[in-house]
Design a protein around this ligand. Structure first.
Ligand SMILES: O=C(CO)[C@H](O)[C@H](O)COP(=O)(O)O
Length: 229
């Protein structure tokens, strides 16, 4: 299993966005997390597809687009065209989740399903085969800089067990409150893709990416040496 860091540009300084993204890429972040908020599904409004089109020109990272948007089927084609590599939609925001996942695949992207903290894993029961990544929100979505909700460790553990029972190598991504203190317990619970906003963009961006990526590489090596994954 590959372990990846996905820096969330929500915490970047937008006056230097291109430069800050470049720093994450140069320091070794293969993914970039792009939070799209509509002011309806979540209280905040962030940015839309024109921004994705623009930053796509300066980055070769995997664009991990997280749509915190009601009825996201309206925007899948636009974000795919703008340069998304993966599109994650909220189960709570879709009237027809199964259909939306097919739509993401038809647009040529990897399909993710995000679950708010209070949403049970059972909503995934009939879409596991169509889901490339499950995003477990470890905070209530809408704002960066929040504290991780500890009950989410059990949710991640249960999800990884369920995926193992189904012989699926689906990615588990976590988003919210990921930092140097919480990252290892999150990996031990079963996470393999870590979104980090404040922990990357506050302070020395390159150094933050190297430290967090170093933790992921050490964990990956340990898993390999123990013959896991
Ligand atoms: O999805 C988000 C908010 O809804 C952000 O990506 C998330 O909160 C990351 O921020 P931080 O790492 O600062 O907690």
């Amino acid at each position: 299993m590959r372990y990846r860091l996905s820096p969330s540009i929500l915490a970047a300084d937008f006056t230097k966005l291109g430069e800050e993204i470049r720093k994450t890429e140069e320091a070794g972040a293969e993914y970039l997390h792009i939070d799209v908020m509509d002011g309806w599904f979540v209280p905040s409004i962030s940015f839309g597809q024109p921004l994705v089109t623009s930053i796509r020109q300066g980055s070769r990272q995997f664009f991990d687009v997280h749509l915190m948007v009601q009825d996201p089927e309206r925007y899948i084609g636009d974000f795919a065209k703008a340069g998304a590599d993966g599109i994650t939609v909220h189960a709570e925001a879709c009237r027809h989740l199964d259909r939306v996942l097919s739509q993401i695949h038809e647009a040529g992207c990897r399909a993710g399903v995000a679950l708010n903290p209070a949403t049970p894993l059972s909503v995934l029961d009939y879409v596991y085969q169509k889901t490339d990544m499950v995003l477990i929100m470890t905070v209530n979505p809408g704002f960066g800089g929040q504290k991780l909700i500890p009950e989410m460790f059990g949710k991640i553990r249960t999800l990884r067990q369920r995926l193992d029972e189904l012989h699926l190598e689906t990615d588990i991504e976590v988003d919210g409150g990921v930092n140097r203190d919480t990252i290892v317990p999150l990996l031990e619970a079963g996470t393999n893709v870590c979104v980090a906003g404040s922990a990357v963009f506050r302070g020395d961006i390159g150094q933050n990416v190297r430290v967090l990526n170093g933790v992921l590489r050490d964990y990956e090596k340990r898993q390999e040496s123990e013959g896991v994954g």
